[in-house]
Design a protein around this ligand. Structure first.
Ligand SMILES: Cc1ncc(COP(=O)(O)O)c(C=O)c1O
Length: 378
């Protein structure tokens, strides 16, 4: 292969995602470095304040990742051995692992085949006298319909801990993701809507839970009359101000980032309108979807992984949707409700298309053309 060909290949590479970061973030990082205050401090407070306003929650508590925000939530809720939590089978494993790490059992239930989110009828089937809570997921930027879950939670006195790792900025009707559940956790991993490299946020309207979370993430410490008192068992999930500074700037441009993602999704939607082999994702018309992932459904069975590989060789990065937990070895002993058929099918057939902000319509057309061409050839 000549050097020219290598250069052409690299230039045409279409990435799954491109974090929207630049000079604004750099200048605020510089400010933090020059201040000499590099642990969690004023920038983290600013990030939390703006985030709470964005999602309409009373409290926002920053953490090192969505996983640690979820862990903190489970810990302040007191989940432990003998407890059961209901989780969707179609999600990233950590949604369930935070409770499992504390000795609780995960009860895996199926998801809706069109929104990919937890099916409330399946949640009902999973409730026992050991159930303490539901950990639903607003997957890929499509927010949950919280009303039926709230009804179930009220009936059975359960908490709702929402995993909204992918759904910063989403809305269901007028309700914002982050203000609908007892506790909601977000991710700022680079593949998410906004990023701090690694980072997470916990939101809640509950003063008591917020105070517990703030203490526990900071070694269990409370300041009383200017002195540090260690009130509870604690840990360290503080986010450095170096990263929080990135978050502050990301929040200033979040509307633009999401609108761009929605534009990209609208183009894919129109390109896939009459396509038989690749089905565009369905959207509940009551939601404002952030399209953290644009996951299309491959109609032919057994070819999705080959398609990802072959697209990759053409310089187009695609991905699976997410995981079906009951298929993973680590989940072999957890409780399953029903045959989890939707979760299995979505795990095997979903294809996440590139959503880089700098893609042109021609790039998107090329992505769809290549995918269809390959699918037809299998
Ligand atoms: C649904 C879901 N929850 C939680 C996480 C974990 O987020 P983090 O990487 O911020 O810990 C992910 C990561 O992809 C996810 O997709």
């Amino acid at each position: 292969m000549t050097l020219d060909r290598i250069v052409i290949h690299v230039e045409r590479q279409i990435k799954l995602i491109e974090p929207v970061v630049g000079d604004e973030e750099l200048s605020l990082i510089r400010e933090v470095l020059e201040s000499g205050y590099m642990t969690e401090g004023p920038k983290a407070r600013e990030f939390e304040k703006s985030f709470a306003e964005l999602v309409g929650a009373k409290h926002a508590i920053v953490t090192t990742s969505c996983s640690t925000a979820l862990q903190l939530s489970v810990d302040i809720l007191g989940v432990g051995p003998g407890d059961e939590v209901i989780v969707p089978d179609f999600t990233y494993p950590v949604t369930a692992d935070v409770a499992r790490l504390r000795g609780a059992r995960a009860v895996l239930v199926d998801v809706d085949e069109s929104t990919y989110n937890i099916d409330p009828d399946e949640v009902r089937k999973g409730i026992t006298d050991k159930t303490v809570g539901i950990v639903p997921v607003s997957l890929f930027g499509h927010p949950l319909d919280m009303a039926p879950l709230r009804e179930i939670a009220q009936e059975h006195d359960l908490f709702i801990l929402e995993d909204a790792a992918c759904s910063t900025g989403a809305r269901f009707n007028d309700e914002k993701t982050g203000s609908m559940a007892d506790l909601t956790c977000f991710s700022f991993h680079p593949r998410k809507v906004i990023t701090t490299g690694e980072g997470g946020m916990l939101t809640t309207d509950d003063d008591e839970l917020a105070e517990k979370a703030r203490e526990m993430k900071r070694f269990g410490m409370r300041m009383v009359d200017g002195r540090s008192l260690f009130m509870t068992v604690g840990t360290n999930y503080k986010l450095s101000d170096v990263l929080a500074a990135i978050g502050v700037k990301q929040l200033e441009k979040i509307d633009r980032i999401i609108e761009r993602r929605r534009e990209l999704a609208a183009v894919y939607d129109s390109l896939l309108t009459d396509v038989v082999l690749l089905k565009k994702p369905a959207v509940d018309n009551r939601v404002y979807h952030t399209y953290q992932t644009y996951a299309a459904f491959v109609i032919k069975d057994g070819v999705r992984d080959r398609l990802i590989k072959d697209m990759g060789e053409k310089g187009i990065e695609t991905q699976i949707g997410t995981y079906s937990l009951h298929i993973q070895p680590s989940f072999s002993d957890e409780t399953r409700i029903g045959d989890l058929v939707h979760s299995t099918k979505l795990f095997e057939n979903l294809l996440a298309l590139p959503m880089s902000q700098s893609m042109t319509e021609d790039d998107q057309e090329m992505v769809v053309r290549e995918a269809i061409g390959l699918l037809e050839s299998y």
